[in-house]
Design a binder for this molecule. Structure first.
Ligand code: NAD
Length: 255
């Protein structure tokens, strides 16, 4: 098992990708602090993986809560080795319909500041423990490309890519590795917003193989990046997008 005796913290643990990461990490032998806004859901998760998972309610927009989350992993499991800043929100809204009093701050507060909080709290804890650590952030293909209705989301994910680079550089002397995963289109509650908008079939056709990535496939990438097998992957974003960024919308209908 790749992650035997490792302790990992996962934020957004009760969402589509988060649940899959928890399952994968437990299967690979890790102990997991499953953190999410929804306390009842984190407790349910802990019951499901009796002993290997502890639930923790956190709002990643609040630094004090993120620091308490990292502290809880150490108190409960004795240490921490991996922190995954995965919590994210996306709301489809055209730019000119934005309410500048709230829309920008709401998305960047979770996707950008939340990741910043996670990097900071994890980096400080690894330094205090005097041990190597791994910090992984969930980015997106939208950090690299423009899209309609997701202006702030794309801005926040571009920031995740840059925070990943800058943090890796500053944390390297402390033996802390930082990387990001940029999923393409993954079938989770977040993506299902497109279904409610009648765009599900359209976005499926945009996929090179006409199918969405499954959360478990993204979890496999996280498990690899958390393990010693990926020791030379640092300060970069790994694109788990089934080629989305490299190919145009297919001209021909699927065979
Ligand atoms: N689904 C996709 O196609 C896709 C593609 C690229 C990137 N991503 C990214 O993957 C990550 C996980 O997304 P998902 O698809 O599983 O979405 P999801 O909506 O299923 O899960 C997101 C989780 O984050 C939690 N969360 C939201 N705000 C929070 C906060 N302030 N503090 C703590 N937890 C909070 C939610 O409660 C939820 O459980 C996100 O960062 C998202 O941007 C998703």
């Amino acid at each position: 098992m790749r992650l035997e005796n490792k302790v990992a913290i996962i934020t957004g643990a009760c969402g589509g990708i988060g649940l899959a990461i928890v399952a994968k990490f437990v299967a690979e032998g890790a102990k997991v602090l499953a953190a999410d806004l929804d306390q009842a859901a984190t407790e349910k998760l802990a019951e499901q993986y009796d002993g290997q998972v502890k639930g923790f309610a956190v709002d990643v927009t609040d630094y004090a809560q993120v620091e308490a989350m990292v502290e809880m992993a150490v108190t409960h499991f004795g240490t921490v080795d991996v922190v995954i800043n995965n919590a994210g929100v996306a709301i489809a809204k055209m730019l000119l319909d934005h309410d500048p009093a709230q829309d920008f701050d709401m998305i960047t507060g979770v996707n950008q500041k939340g990741v910043y909080h996670g990097i900071l709290a994890a980096g400080r804890k690894f330094r205090a423990l005097g041990k190597p650590g791994v910090i992984l952030n969930t980015s997106s293909i939208y950090g690299q490309m423009a899209a309609e209705m997701t202006f702030t989301y794309n801005v926040s994910k571009a920031a995740v890519d840059m925070m990943t680079k800058c943090a890796a550089l500053e944390l390297a002397p402390h033996n802390i590795r930082v990387a990001a995963v940029a999923p393409g289109r993954v079938d989770t509650p977040m993506l299902r917003q497109y279904e409610a908008m009648g765009l599900w079939e359209h976005i499926r056709r945009e996929q090179m193989r006409n199918e969405f990535t499954q959360p478990g496939e993204i979890a496999d990438v996280f498990a690899f990046l958390a393990s010693a097998e990926s020791n030379c992957i640092n300060g970069t974003t790994v694109f788990a997008d089934d080629g989305f960024l490299n190919f145009k919308y297919p001209l021909l209908p699927p065979a």
